[in-house]
Design a protein around this ligand. Structure first.
Ligand code: AMP
Ligand code: ZN
Length: 430
């Protein structure tokens, strides 16, 4: 099933022609209306007419998160303030937020992309979507909301939190589809277990869209098995509309990135050079349809790769793999580069491990991994715990090449989150 079949299965040649046409328009518009780009182009002695082929995109300057911050609040607008209808911001941890503006058409296009994603995963008008992302300045909930309404499903704007109420809503209105962060899904699972609920018998759930923070295939499996649903990976960022940038189809093997709306590049984050398909690097995105705020070569800091080959679903828009982490998530212990996702993957693959864990960077040579384990294991048998600790330590060392200290905890010990969760505590910078 398709929402915009012609565009979703468009031939590669036609898609690339369309991308070039839109890229030229985007570049001209940005140069004409956004002083930041005008200046960046003139520094490089570059004119919009120098873009004659798609590969010329590499001549263009990058835009960074810092650039958006420096031009907060209105500096990156390409249209008059009277033409924008919506503001979102993306927080980050320090300094000013980034302001993202949408024109009426931008709101509509973002909703169209979500509609493609929902139909691609088999949603029908009689589905009920419980939207557990944060409503407000964050794009996650609203953009999904508008897209789901476009398709015609019933949307429950639940927002995150108040887990018991979430459960009642799911039961009373026969929710079939969740939009949720992985950390909240894990928490929801632990509450359902505590309440003695059977996800299969007591609910009508069929699928969940999960994104907004990195998670591993093992976490997906854990959540799918617990709820008896299909979990589809959903990727987006506020700077590029929010959700609906890339989304999994029913093959669940990489996320189709809507290439008529974005040009993607994967680069080496250190050199800025292109890396070949199938190799990991930083995702760089250029908007092709944004009216209010076109952005050229945005450094997402997300690490992924372009998956070579065609998808069996027939869509021609190329896929990116699961996000491996962010360039700024990486930490170094004993000189080894480590991503939190590597640790998550190992932990979620171990049956005795419950939902929650925390990574504590004690010094530049030592780290502790604190892991909640399932209740049954706290049976008082010390040798069980010691064996498990040895198993986890060994598996982690195999993956990250550094031997961490492993602490086993009872479920419910570590902080939980309804939104994005900070799992890495860096004592070195406290
Ligand atoms: P925000 O702009 O606040 O919506 O945050 C966007 C960021 O969330 C992205 O740049 C990614 O780092 C992260 N993110 C969003 N979706 C996913 C996903 N499916 N997997 C991993 N990380 C994600
Ligand atoms: Zn597909």
């Amino acid at each position: 099933m398709y929402w915009q079949k012609e565009m979703e299965v468009i031939g590669r040649r036609a898609l690339e022609d369309l991308q070039l046409k839109k890229l030229k328009q985007t570049v001209s518009k940005a140069c004409k209306h956004i002083p930041f780009y005008k200046e960046a182009f003139s520094k490089l002695n570059l004119k919009p007419k120098d873009i004659t082929a798609l590969k010329d995109i590499r001549k263009l300057p990058f835009t960074t998160r810092e650039d958006l911050r420096l031009h907060y609040p209105f500096g990156m607008l390409a249209v008059g303030k009277d033409e924008v209808v919506r503001l979102h911001t993306s927080s980050g941890t320090t300094g000013k937020p980034k302001a993202i503006f949408f024109s009426k058409k931008d709101v509509d296009r973002a909703a169209e992309l979500i509609a493609r994603c929902l139909i691609m995963t088999g949603v029908k008008k009689d589905d009920v979507l419980q939207n557990m992302m944060t409503y407000g300045l964050f794009t996650g909930a609203l953009v999904m909301h508008y897209g789901a309404e476009k398709v015609g499903v019933l949307v429950i704007p639940a927002g995150p939190g108040n887990t018991k109420r979430q459960i009642s809503l799911m039961q009373d209105f026969h929710t079939t589809t969740l939009h949720i962060t992985p950390s909240y899904a894990l928490y929801l699972a632990s509450v359902m277990t505590k309440e003695g609920l059977d996800p299969q018998k007591d609910f009508s759930l069929r699928r969940a869209y999960m994104g907004s923070e990195p998670y591993s295939e093992e976490t997906r499996k854990k959540i799918e098995q617990f709820f008896h649903i299909d979990v589809y990976n959903s990727y987006g960022l506020s700077e590029m509309n929010g959700p609906g940038v890339a989304f999994e189809c029913t093959e669940k093997n990489g996320m189709h990135l809507w290439e008529d709306n974005f040009i993607m590049e994967i680069i080496d984050p250190d050199t800025g050079e292109k890396v070949p398909d199938g190799k990991k690097g930083e995702l760089v995105l250029t908007t092709l349809c944004r009216e209010a705020m076109p952005i050229i070569r945005y450094r997402t800091r997300d690490i992924t790769m372009i998956m070579p080959g065609r998808c069996r679903c027939g869509r021609t828009h190329r896929r990116i793999s699961r996000i491996f982490g962010r360039t700024d998530d990486m930490f170094i212990v004993k000189g080894v580069n480590i991503f939190p996702q590597q640790i998550e993957r190992v932990l979620m693959g171990i049956k005795a491990v419950a939902q929650n864990y925390q990574i504590v960077l004690e010094s530049y040579d030592h780290m502790t991994v604190r892991v909640e384990i399932s209740k049954e294991l706290f049976d008082g048998k010390v040798d069980h715990l010691v064996n498990l600790q040895t198993e986890i330590t060994g598996k982690l060392r195999g993956e990250i090449l550094v031997k961490p200290k492993v602490e086993l905890l009872e479920p419910g010990t570590l902080p939980v989150s309804e939104g994005k969760l900070t799992r890495v505590i860096d004592k070195r910078t406290l």
